[in-house]
Design a protein around this ligand. Structure first.
Ligand code: A3P
Length: 328
């Protein structure tokens, strides 16, 4: 809350958000209904959180925003970006002894801007973070507070093959809430109708894709599959974009490979901090920490979706991305 705001102006703003949300189109979501807020389906709580951020979030020019549709590789991107920008303070060489990533979840090191209960967590929580801040979001580009573009904060987006996103999401939802098992057919239906959390996924991709073409120095668009195929190349690209390029000496000493190894799926998955216990990592609800690390592969959809489902989703995605230059 801005210190100049009075209690009643804060209450009025909250009431106005509540009123706005009550006017939005509503549809079945995973577990609970979603509302359509400026073209994207979210829970009513998240819609209010996004509205609050649009009003109150104060970006800084040196902020780095890591963005992704849920289950597209957010956790990996958080680990990589944190390791890259902090490598002069936290050495990666050797066994990276004492490195924060060995004892903290990537989600603890890079907070999400929006939270379903952001109205309870004052935005001042983000204000308290030292610059340069590394922040994450699942918000589509068009829902980001406009001030982020105005001050020129850099944005890194990670996208992923939609069928793998769907399968990852389906597993994740069922690992988070065992009481509300969601059938794959139901998850497929919502996802391919564009009605999944922060869906449609193709519009989520397109917003960042178009902006990365318009502003390549400010918005970097990555693909999970390309990063998996050549992590060294992409980690170098990411380091340059983040303003912390590898020196020749670092490259010669194998620093790029060390970052790749430290942030690899196998390394992170097997750490006690990521493999056991529960935590309210995304500010959503307590969940098994291991649910962020399932199998981390490309093409797992083939083990779950029927050929018919795959064809249907491919056709929808191709149609939606047609003419954009983006394809999966
Ligand atoms: P799978 O469910 O296909 O295994 P998000 O971080 O956006 O929630 O995405 C989660 C997906 O990224 C999961 O995919 C998870 O296993 C995978 N993942 C997590 N950490 C990873 C890493 N370090 N490298 C590659 N993939 C990773």
């Amino acid at each position: 809350m801005d210190p100049t705001q009075t209690k009643s102006s804060v209450d009025n703003a909250a009431e106005e958000r509540e009123r706005l949300v009550s006017t939005l189109p509503i549809r079945e979501g995973f577990w609970k209904p979603y509302v359509l807020y400026r073209g994207f389906w979210v829970s009513p709580q998240v819609a209010k959180s996004v509205m609050l951020l649009q009003d109150e979030f104060k970006p800084r020019a040196d902020d780095i925003i890591l963005a992704a549709c849920p289950k597209s590789g957010t956790t990996w991107l958080k680990a990589l970006a944190f390791t890259l920008v902090n490598r002069s303070r936290h050495a990666v060489a050797g066994d990276a002894d004492g490195h924060p990533l060995l004892v903290n979840s990537p989600h603890d090191l890079v907070p999400f801007i929006e939270k379903p209960d952001r109205e309870l967590y004052p935005v001042a929580e983000l204000e308290a973070l030292a610059s340069p801040r590394l922040l994450a979001t699942h918000m589509p580009f068009t829902l980001l507070p406009a001030s982020i573009s105005a001050v020129g904060s850099r944005v890194v987006y990670i996208s992923r093959e939609p069928k793998d996103v769907l399968v990852s999401l389906w597993h994740y939802l069922n690992s988070v809430s065992k009481d509300h098992f969601i059938k794959l057919e139901k998850a497929f239906e919502l996802f391919s109708e564009g009605g999944s959390y922060f869906g449609p996924v193709w519009d989520h991709y397109l917003g960042y894709w178009k902006q990365s073409i318009a502003e390549p120095d400010r918005v970097l668009f990555l693909k999970y599959e390309e990063m998996m195929a050549d992590p060294v190349k992409h980690v170098k690209t990411l380091a340059e974009f983040l303003g912390v390029p590898f020196t020749v000496d670092e490259v010669d000493a194998g620093a790029v490979e060390q970052v790749v190894d430290l942030c690899s799926f196998q390394k992170l998955k097997n750490l006690p901090v990521n493999s056991s216990g529960t935590s309210n990592l995304a500010g959503w609800m307590p969940m098994e920490k291991s649910s962020y690390f399932r199998n981390g592969t490309v093409g797992d959809w083939a083990n779950h979706l029927t050929q018919e489902m795959a064809y249907k989703l491919d056709t929808i995605v191709q149609e939606k991305l047609k003419g954009s230059g983006l394809a999966f």
